[in-house]
Design a protein around this ligand. Structure first.
Ligand SMILES: Nc1ncnc2c1ncn2[C@@H]1O[C@H](COP(=O)(O)OP(=O)(O)OP(=O)(O)O)[C@@H](O)[C@H]1O
Ligand SMILES: CC(=O)N[C@H]1[C@@H]2OC[C@@H](O2)[C@@H](O)[C@@H]1O[C@H](C)C(=O)O
Length: 366
């Protein structure tokens, strides 16, 4: 049965909360609906930044969780039509082989505040069973590919999605597979740092949130020595599945610290594109087209660098009829519907969990 779900996502770039309606039975996409966005205030963003890298019980984490719940509840109030809410929470720390994964926020509190059932804590069970806990959008990418083919936007062949948020992640998917957890349906992994180091550079040096349109990076020169050293990182040699914490590559920010603003931004963009290029070797076949979603596709310097570096057509995901700013929010709506049905949300080829797993907790409104 198709239901109307509100998916809500606040990603690692810490800019705010995305919300999007999706109609789904947890397998197929029936249709997309309205969407909304609530930016974090400067004060909220400062509290969240201060809590990065922290775990349950640490100082500042309660405040971060409360900001997450309250901001999601305020945004959800604009969507009375939602029968179910998928709530990702704010990732503060991610160390799947060590302490686990930490998304701040309380789905039970959100269910009470919104008077709707909420599916949340999507990643913990996967980690508990030995997976990376990320990326989780890949199964949704399979459904998107199937939808885009049915709508006539894409030919019926494997396609790849590149999400450029704070961190980058790529999915190769074969939409002819019977289910996203079927062997060979999806291969996915985090590619490397994406917008997070660029935002951090802009914040610390220029007190701006981002490099609008990539203008600063476009005016700079790449430092090739730094780029070469960065691409020697063992992460790129490691076969997938693999996932990253937001600040796992903090050495890159340090490496560009002596460069001019423009050269530092240009080098961070080149590092992003280079990490995607070296990641392509892990895909089963070269995709005819790479569909780019996430905020990074608004950065022209990034799109140009990808087009220069990759042996494949690079297009914003809008070319497949999809909304690249809302894809992750939609993903957590679709995944919430899956959890309600007990269907898998990740598997060996997306998170490395030994067998497909249904993650996520369900909290009812009363
Ligand atoms: N117009 C723009 N020009 C340049 N960069 C932009 C623009 N719009 C968005 N971005 C970049 O994209 C980021 C937001 O991307 P997105 O919302 O996909 O990330 P996220 O969901 O927070 O992260 P993640 O996918 O890692 O969880 C911004 O912080 C900024 O760096
Ligand atoms: C732990 C965590 O929140 N990871 C995020 C982050 O942002 C991008 C990349 O790193 C991806 O692994 C994941 O988000 C997307 C939505 C995912 O799970 O597919």
């Amino acid at each position: 049965m198709m239901i109307r779900v509100l998916g809500m996502m606040s990603g690692t770039s810490l800019d705010g909360v995305d919300a999007a309606m999706i109609e789904t039975d947890g397998i197929r996409i029936g249709g997309f609906g309205r969407s909304g966005y609530r930016a974090y205030s400067d004060n909220e963003a400062a509290v969240l930044h201060a809590a990065l890298g922290h775990w349950h019980g640490d100082a500042g984490v309660e405040d971060a969780a409360e900001i997450s719940v309250v901001s999601h509840a305020a945004l959800a109030a604009d969507f009375p039509e939602a029968e179910l809410i998928g709530y990702h929470g704010q990732t503060l720390a991610h160390d799947p082989q060590g302490r686990g994964t930490h998304q701040a926020g309380d789905g039970a509190a959100l269910a009470r505040l919104t008077d709707r059932p909420v599916v949340w804590d999507f990643r913990s069970e996967d980690v508990r069973q030995g997976g990376e806990g990320a990326p989780l959008a890949p199964f949704f990418h399979w459904a998107c590919a199937e939808w885009a083919i049915a709508q006539g936007y894409l030919p019926a062949e494997p396609v790849a999605f590149l999400n450029l948020g704070g961190v980058g992640n790529i999915t190769w998917t074969d939409p002819s597979a019977s289910a996203p957890e079927a062997p060979g349906a999806c291969i996915a992994f985090d590619t490397g740092p994406a917008n997070a180091p660029i935002n951090d550079l802009m914040r610390s040096r220029l007190h701006r949130e981002r490099d609008e349109g990539g203008r600063l990076a476009s005016s700079g020169q790449i430092d090739h020595a730094i780029l070469t050293e960065f691409l020697r990182h063992p992460y790129f040699e490691r076969p997938p599945p693999k996932s990253l914490d937001r600040d796992q590559f903090s050495g890159l920010s340090q490496a560009v610290s002596h460069l001019t603003d423009a050269d530092a931004a240009a080098t961070l963009v080149a590092a992003l594109a280079g990490s995607v290029a070296v990641g392509l070797r892990w895909l089963p076949s070269a995709p005819a087209v790479l569909l780019v979603c996430g905020g990074g596709r608004h950065n022209i310097a990034i799109m140009e660098a990808l087009r220069a570096e990759l042996p494949t057509r690079v297009q914003p995901v809008e070319s497949a009829g999809l909304d690249g700013d809302m894809l992750e929010a939609q993903a957590f709506g679709w995944l919430a519907a899956r959890v309600l049905q007990g269907l898998p949300t990740s598997g060996p080829m997306t998170t490395g969990v030994p067998a497909p797993v249904c993650g996520g907790r369900i909290s009812h409104s009363r």
